[in-house]
Design a protein around this ligand. Structure first.
Ligand code: PNS
Length: 169
């Protein structure tokens, strides 16, 4: 639609957490459309396959009409241009996030000056939350209830149990 403000919310989402969902929800209130874009070639070895990550995202975001789940490869700004997005949406939790986010936003602006990076702060309850911490806590038997959507919690348990019993994951 002409004049529509589309925001891309990029990431690896391995897996999606309630912190990500908090940012997505805030984004839906401001932008006409939020495209959650999952990076296909994650450098780090992901716990969940791309299809699994997409399924968990679709399930967790189905309540928002203006959220689309997609994948991307290569440069984020090229993908954003392709989708005619004017905004890259990123969540920022603490000062420790700042340097990396600042570098990415500046580099992205250098390559695509017309695309604006917008930072949002998640609810305090999620300010320490990350996908890697969730995976670590779950793999060591800790509870992640309330930190991830129910389907993610179930999938984490299945994945970890399978690892424990030595079956193929
Ligand atoms: O889940 P993450 O690690 O916070 O997401 C990082 C992501 C996917 C946003 C970033 O790695 C990215 O944009 N990758 C695509 C390649 C790219 O455009 N690199 C140049 C960034 S300045």
């Amino acid at each position: 639609m002409d004049g529509e403000i589309v925001a891309i919310y990029p990431g690896s989402f391995d897996p999606v957490t309630n912190g990500h969902l908090d940012i997505i929800e805030r984004g839906t209130g401001i932008f006409d459309r939020v495209i959650v874009a999952v990076l296909v070639n994650v450098a780090k070895d992901p716990l969940f396959t791309l299809e699994e990550r997409l399924e968990m995202l679709r399930d967790a975001t189905s309540r928002w009409q203006n959220v689309v789940i997609d994948t991307f490869n290569g440069l984020l700004v090229s993908y954003a241009a392709e989708r005619q997005a004017r905004v890259i949406l990123r969540g920022i939790r603490a000062v420790t996030d700042f340097e990396y986010e600042f570098q990415m936003a500046s580099m992205n602006r250098r390559m695509a000056p017309h695309i604006e990076t917008v930072f949002m702060v998640p609810a305090e309850a999620y300010s320490y939350l990350s996908s890697s911490l969730v995976k670590e806590v779950a793999s060591l038997g800790g509870s992640v209830t309330g930190l991830v959507p129910p389907l993610v919690e179930r999938n984490l348990h299945v994945r970890i149990q399978r690892k424990d019993t030595g079956k193929r994951v």
